[in-house]
Write a protein that binds this ligand. Structure first.
Ligand SMILES: [Mg+2]
Length: 165
């Protein structure tokens, strides 16, 4: 069984079936899908090792339902934002302490997981439709952000890059 845990500062660690930490340069998502959900006869759970495999499973799920016809880029972008609103809804009328407690409450944690997953799934569909390599795009954007927010100027500051001294 794979598992993931969260370190302080929001970094995810993923562990393989032997309990070893998954390392490497590429983004690794170890996700389990129930057998049969993507049309496999395999009796074991399927292990998704990267975004490509997850996208393939998602496209198979979509195409088995003939939903491609609804997945225009505009509809997918709208849907991602609706899912982001569902994530935001989990914070409605709560104070900061109550929001922080969501992650340690079983029901709250499940709701957080579900909405984050919905957002990721739509993001994968957008990337597939628009021909975006998400890992490469994220790396490139991180590099742009590093230029916009040099450590010596941005350290400990919440100022926007246009306002950094
Ligand atoms: Mg949702």
């Amino acid at each position: 069984m794979n598992s993931a845990s969260r370190e302080p500062h929001g970094r995810w660690n993923t562990f393989n079936r032997q309990g070893s930490r998954v390392t490497g340069n590429s983004v690794k998502l170890s996700l389990l899908l129930p057998a049969g959900i993507i049309g496999t006869n395999c009796s074991e759970k399927l292990e998704m090792s990267d975004l490509s495999a997850l996208t393939a499973a998602l496209l198979e799920f979509r195409d088995a339902r003939d939903w491609r016809q609804f997945h225009t880029l505009r509809n997918l972008i709208t849907s991602l934002n609706l899912e982001a609103a569902e994530l935001l809804e989990l914070t409605q009328w709560k104070n900061d302490v109550e929001i922080e407690a969501l992650a340690s409450d079983p029901q709250g944690a499940e709701a957080l997981r579900d909405e984050c997953a919905d957002i990721l799934l739509y993001l994968l569909l957008i990337a597939d439709t628009a021909g975006i390599d998400l890992v490469e795009a994220a790396r490139a954007k991180l590099e742009k952000n590093a230029v916009k927010y040099p450590v010596e100027k941005a350290y400990g500051s919440r100022a926007k890059y246009t306002e950094l001294a």
